[in-house]
Design a protein around this ligand. Structure first.
Ligand SMILES: CC(C)(COP(=O)(O)OP(=O)(O)OC[C@H]1O[C@@H](n2cnc3c(N)ncnc32)[C@H](O)[C@@H]1OP(=O)(O)O)[C@@H](O)C(=O)NCCC(=O)NCCS
Length: 403
């Protein structure tokens, strides 16, 4: 229900409205309470510059802010290299005094309505817990493996070349080149995000609070790739923690790994990478690459199904009518990699829900896995196989940066 002051009544005591400048101290405090840590104000101010008008909302109980959320204006690379405006949901918090009364549900209803009005075809987020967002139409769309390489025993396979060209550099002195390489990387990587200048300022500022107790960052640079890493641990036994590895060629990937494996006094090299990354194939003994954990990264919700599905390219032909629960029915025709998608009144071949489409979108998850789980249903096994083949991506999806 909407009052004359533009506030929507959530329940008998709380109201939802657009956040105003004066709300931010209370919002920062609610975020600190919800996530258990305070962030420096200037870092918060940087993220605020990425919020479009009307993109932040609060729920108030009297004078108190008891719920908040905003979305950033981001640019997402999809398979094939097209770039879509993405509403990046963040800072989703409800006060511990007001949990499980539907405040999150009300906030998401309102933010999704605003995103659609602003013509975003897709929304994304990183989830604090895996059980929250599926019900709201988001599906995990990237896969992130935590990996540790025991550098002391890792040997490069004899057939792998040594392209060279890597330099040890002071990152801030090469900012322009690093930004250009990142841009080439993100434009060919599904899940890549355009990084605005103020976010680069934050990266190169390398605040102590962002280091999690590790060292300031080190950088290795080549014409077509770079790696940022920190060191972790005591003087006797240090590990290398890669924070960003971005390459625009196969040679850069090989050359940077050779340099990393040459860090003689370091023990493990740890990183987060998508399954299917070529690292194990560079080594004589692939077991040296140990997977220490698996997480979801980016979650996606298609806000405009035809526009999102038509933006990416596909790996196989397909002709299907999909029923998406609570959203509608769509005819999807894929020929030579390009899709036509429009609302349809025909009998569906396949039925599913929006979160499954989000998971398939960047090619990180396979349709056949959802078929086995009965979350993607249909009688024609040939169509199901075609779905599997069509949505695959030859470049593994990877989130550009955390938000
Ligand atoms: C997560 C959070 C925002 C939920 O807010 P909320 O107002 O209590 O959520 P709602 O009452 O609208 O819940 C909606 C539904 O989601 C479910 N839900 C809410 N939080 C959940 C959680 N953490 N895990 C699983 N289910 C959850 C509710 O049970 C409810 O289900 P129902 O519709 O079947 O009854 C709140 O607990 C919070 O601020 N947590 C700490 C910060 C955080 O993790 N934020 C998310 C950042 S990505």
């Amino acid at each position: 229900m909407r009052s004359r002051r533009g506030c929507a009544t959530v329940d008998s005591v709380t109201t939802l409205r657009t956040a105003e400048d004066a709300d931010w101290p209370a919002m920062r405090s609610l975020a600190a309470t919800s996530f258990g840590s305070f962030r420096p104000q200037d870092a918060t101010d940087m993220w605020r510059t990425l919020i479009p008008p009307g993109g932040a909302i609060v729920v108030c109980d009297g004078d108190d802010v008891v719920g908040m959320s905003f979305h950033l204006d981001l640019r997402l690379t999809v398979p094939g290299g097209a770039v879509l405006p993405m509403a990046g949901l963040s800072w989703v918090c409800v006060a511990p005094t007001h949990r499980r009364r539907g405040l999150l549900t009300e906030m998401l209803d309102e933010l999704h309505r605003r995103m659609v009005e602003a013509r975003y075809p897709i929304a994304g987020l990183e989830a604090s817990e895996g059980g929250i967002y599926g019900r709201f139409g988001y599906g995990p769309a990237t896969i992130v493996d935590g990996v540790a390489v025991d550098r002391r025993v890792a040997r490069v396979h004899p057939e792998v070349p040594d392209p060279g060209g890597v330099r040890v550099v002071t990152p801030a002195r090469h900012r322009e080149r690093i930004e250009q390489i990142y841009d080439r990387w993100r434009l060919r990587t599904p899940g890549g995000l355009h990084t605005p200048p103020q976010l680069w300022d934050e990266v190169f500022g390398d605040r102590e609070v962002s280091r999690g107790g590790d060292s300031p960052f080190f950088a290795l640079l080549r014409d077509d790739g770079f790696v940022f890493y920190r060191t972790h641990g005591d003087t006797e036994r240090k590990d290398v923690v890669i924070t960003k590895l971005a390459t625009a060629s196969d040679d850069a990937y090989v050359a940077l790994w050779r340099a990393l494996l040459g860090l003689d006094l370091m023990q493990n090299v740890t990183l987060r990478m998508p399954p299917g990354a070529p690292l194990p194939y560079l080594l004589s003994d692939a077991r040296v690459v140990r997977t220490t954990g698996r997480e979801d990264g980016l979650w996606l919700r298609l806000l405009d199904v035809p526009r999102a599905l038509q933006a990416r390219t596909y790996a196989a032909d397909l002709s299907v009518v999909i029923d998406v629960a609570d959203v509608g029915r769509f005819a999807l025709e894929i020929r030579e990699g390009r899709a036509r998608c429009e609302p349809s009144g025909d009998e569906p071949d396949v039925s599913t829900d929006l979160s499954v489409l989000g998971s398939l979108y960047l090619g990180a998850h396979r349709a056949s896995s959802f078929v086995m789980a009965k979350r993607l249903r249909g009688n024609d096994t040939r169509v199901m196989r075609q779905l599997d083949a069509a949505f695959a991506s030859d470049v593994p999806a990877e989130l550009g940066f955390g938000f």
